[in-house]
Ligand binder design. Structure first.
Ligand code: ZN
Length: 276
């Protein structure tokens, strides 16, 4: 597997799976099997959830956001290896070793959080404090929202001398895009990851056609990836350029060969012929 780290499409797929099980239902029982994940659970975590209703299951970047009837918000992150199972049954008790949290809901369903490496986290945020919460406060627009358009992207990269892909990974530009889908979107948009970010806007700060292409490409690759989450497709078949160093470009009219470069410590893959 190229990358086990869940990116936005994986988290969105989890959200869509958990929503019917949790939203509108009470936490009947909360079982917490250890004191911490990446950081300790908040004080009285189970008690503050029990009896409360999950009002919805939302997502912000790669965070699952569950507003509660108490006014608090349950914030959850999958980390590197975390996953949520619904109505998990264990034949071998050893398989349950990494089941750290179980939510028994009034829907009659059970939601189990399993995380072998424990880089995930869960927190409870006070009413009204979500926007000021460390990680969430400085995030740019959601890539699939109307707020993320060519004008918003232009505003975020105006004057930026960093390479375009590095600017896309900056969470203030767009929330939760991630390394793989940034590379994929740049290929769809026929833009080099190495071009200076500010070259997709005019001197006055207005979006050039490249900015419009890139916004559309980002939405397209994410929506396709979310749709694929519901089908069992071999992971390597998912990507246009990511992980394909040395292979022919998949664009029908292009004879380029995919190359790999390192930018800001991350691998990027692109076609030097059709991406300019
Ligand atoms: Zn190409």
């Amino acid at each position: 597997m190229l990358s086990g780290v869940p990116e936005l499409p994986e988290v969105e797929a989890v959200r869509r799976r958990l929503r019917p099980v949790m939203a509108g239902h009470r936490f009947v029982r909360v079982i917490v099997n250890r004191p911490d994940l990446r950081v300790p659970f908040p004080p009285r975590f189970a008690a503050r959830l029990t009896g409360r209703t999950a009002l919805s299951v939302d997502r912000r970047a790669k965070y699952l956001v569950v507003p509660l009837s108490s006014g608090e918000t349950l914030l959850m992150h999958l980390g590197m290896s975390g996953w949520f199972g619904v109505d998990v049954t264990r034949e071998d008790p050893e398989d349950a070793r990494h089941d750290h949290v179980v939510f028994r809901m009034s829907s009659g369903r059970a939601v189990t959080f399993n995380d072998p490496r424990r880089f995930g986290f869960m927190d409870l945020i006070a009413a009204g404090a979500l926007g000021r919460h460390g990680v969430l406060g400085s995030l740019g627009p959601e890539p699939l929202s109307k707020a993320f358009d060519a004008e918003a992207l232009a505003g975020a990269v105006t004057g930026r001398k960093t390479p375009l892909k590095v600017a896309l990974l900056d969470q203030r530009t767009v929330a939760g895009l991630g390394n793989i889908y940034a590379a994929e979107a740049l290929h769809v948009a026929r833009l080099s990851p190495e071009r200076r970010a500010s070259t997709i806007v005019t001197r006055a700060g207005a979006p050039r056609p490249e900015a419009r292409r890139l916004v559309n490409a980002i939405k397209q690759v994410l929506e396709e990836a979310i749709a694929r989450q519901t089908r069992a497709t071999y992971r390597a078949e998912r990507f246009r350029v990511y992980g394909r160093e040395g292979e022919p470009c998949r664009r029908a009219s292009c004879r380029g060969i995919i190359v790999r470069r390192t930018q800001a410590g991350r691998s990027t893959f692109f076609c030097p012929v059709c991406q300019r």
